[in-house]
Design a protein around this ligand. Structure first.
Ligand SMILES: [Zn+2]
Length: 400
C-alpha cells in the first residue's frame, strides 16, 4: 500500500512537472480520460508527438552547435592546440550518463546480439560513441581560460577540455572541472533541452489555452502562466543551470575544508566579476541583464551553501524542482479544469497544435540527419586511448 501511494505520488509529481513545461500534453491527456472521445485520443497522440519531435530537434541542434564550436575552438589543427586524450574512466560515472548506456542496453535486448553488432558497424556514432571524452589541451601561447571547457552533446559524445593533467589540479581548478562535468551529465543535458523545449511547448500551450478559454478565470490564469513562462524559459532556467552545476561540483569536492575554501574563493571572484560588469565611461557597454542576474543568484546560493555547510544542508538540486513545483499544482488544476469544460477544442486551437506538430516532425528529421555526420566526425577524432570503463561490446562496466 505504501509502495502504491509512493508510486502514485511520483506519477502525480511527474504530471505536474511535465505539465508546467508542456500544458497541451496534460490538457489533452485529462480531456481524453474525462470525455473518452476518439477526437481527444487523436489530439493526445499529436501532443505526445509534438513533445518528442521538439525534444529530438533541440537535442540534435544542441549537439550540432556544440560539436561545431568544439571543432572550431579545439579539435581543428588551425586552433594550435595539441590534444592528449585522458582516460575518461577517471571521470566516468555511469550515473551521470545513464541515457546513452540504457539505450544501448535496450537496443541490444530488442535486436539481439548479432543484429546489434551489425548495427554498431553501420552506425558507429550511435552505438559506439563514448558518452564522455576528456582531453588535455595545451598551446604555447595562452591555454584554456578558466582551466576547463565542456561541450554538452545530448546525442553522442560530450567533450571536456582541460588545461592540466587532472592530478595536478588544485581544489578550485577541480571545482571548475566538476562544474563542467555536471553540465555534460544527463541532468545538465536534460536541463538544457527542457530550457529550450519549454519555449516551444509553452507557446503552443498558451495558444491552446487561449483557444479553449471560456471565462475570465481562464484569461487571468493564462496571463499568469505567460508571464511565468517568459521568466522561466528566458531568464531563470539559464541561470539555474549555473547554480545547479555549482551545487553539483561543490558536493563532489573531497571534504568540508575544500568546500569552504573553494566556496569563499568563488564568492570573491563573482563579486569582482559583478563589479566589473558595471559600465565604466571608456567602456559604455551595458552588461546583459541575465549575466548580472546570474552572478547575483550564484553569489546568494554560495553564501547560503557556506552558511549551512553540512551534508543535510547541501542537498543536490534538480532543475524541475526549482522551476516548476511552486507553480505546478495550480497550473495542473487549471489544465484539468480546462480539459473538463472543453468537449472539443476550437478549430484554431487544433490548427496551432497540428501545424506545430507537422513543422517539428520535418525539423526533427532534417536536424537529426545533419547531426549524424558531425557526431561521427568528432567521435572518430584520432589519438584516443580506449577507455577501460567501456567493455568491448560498447556497454560500460559499472565501476561503482
Ligand atoms: Zn557553467
Amino acid at each position: 500500500m505504501k509502495r502504491l501511494i509512493q508510486k502514485l505520488t511520483e506519477w502525480f509529481l511527474l504530471a505536474v512537472n511535465v505539465g508546467s513545461y508542456n500544458p497541451a500534453l496534460i490538457i489533452s491527456f485529462a480531456a481524453m480520460i474525462i470525455h473518452r472521445s476518439l477526437f481527444w485520443i487523436v489530439i493526445f497522440i499529436g501532443a505526445i508527438g509534438l513533445h518528442f519531435a521538439v525534444q529530438i530537434t533541440i537535442d540534435s541542434a544542441i549537439s550540432i552547435r556544440n560539436l561545431k564550436a568544439a571543432k572550431r575552438e579545439f579539435l581543428d589543427v588551425e586552433t594550435g592546440f595539441s590534444l592528449k586524450g585522458v582516460d575518461d574512466a577517471t571521470f566516468f560515472n555511469t550515473k551521470d550518463f545513464p541515457h546513452i548506456l540504457d539505450n544501448r542496453r535496450k537496443l541490444k535486448e530488442i535486436f539481439g546480439n548479432a543484429e546489434f553488432i551489425e548495427a554498431q558497424a553501420n552506425t558507429p556514432w550511435l552505438f559506439k560513441a563514448h558518452p564522455l571524452r576528456v582531453f588535455i589541451a595545451s598551446k604555447d601561447a595562452g591555454g584554456i581560460i578558466g582551466g576547463a571547457k565542456a561541450y554538452v552533446n545530448p546525442r553522442g559524445p560530450s567533450l571536456v577540455f582541460l588545461a592540466k593533467q587532472p592530478d595536478l589540479l588544485n581544489a578550485t581548478q577541480r571545482f571548475v572541472l566538476l562544474h563542467e562535468l555536471e553540465h555534460v551529465s544527463v541532468r545538465g543535458a536534460a536541463h538544457l533541452t527542457f530550457g529550450y523545449g519549454c519555449r516551444i511547448w509553452g507557446l503552443v500551450g498558451i495558444l491552446f489555452i487561449c483557444s479553449a478559454a471560456s471565462s475570465w478565470i481562464h484569461w487571468v490564469a493564462v496571463t499568469v502562466y505567460s508571464v511565468e513562462w517568459l521568466l522561466k524559459c528566458f531568464y531563470v532556467m539559464p541561470i539555474m543551470r549555473e547554480v545547479i552545476a555549482d551545487n553539483g561540483a561543490l558536493l563532489k569536492l573531497a571534504n568540508e575544508h575544500e568546500q569552504r575554501m573553494v566556496g569563499s574563493d568563488l564568492v570573491e571572484v563573482f563579486r569582482d566579476h559583478k563589479q566589473a560588469l558595471r559600465p565604466v565611461p571608456p567602456n559604455p557597454k551595458v552588461p546583459s541583464f541575465r549575466k548580472s542576474g546570474e552572478l547575483m543568484w550564484r553569489i546568494n546560493y554560495l553564501e547560503g551553501f557556506l552558511k549551512r555547510l553540512s551534508p543535510a544542508g547541501a542537498a543536490p538540486l534538480y532543475f524541475y524542482q526549482m522551476t516548476s513545483l511552486r507553480f505546478g499544482i495550480p497550473y495542473f488544476l487549471l489544465f484539468v479544469h480546462l480539459a473538463y469544460v472543453t468537449r472539443q477544442p476550437s478549430v484554431w486551437g487544433l490548427g496551432v497544435l497540428l501545424t506545430s506538430l507537422a513543422v517539428f516532425i520535418v525539423a526533427a528529421y532534417q536536424v537529426t540527419k545533419n547531426a549524424i555526420p558531425v557526431n561521427r566526425d568528432v567521435n572518430d577524432y584520432p589519438g584516443q586511448p580506449a577507455s577501460p570503463s567501456i567493455s568491448a561490446d560498447g556497454i560500460a562496466v559499472d565501476k561503482s
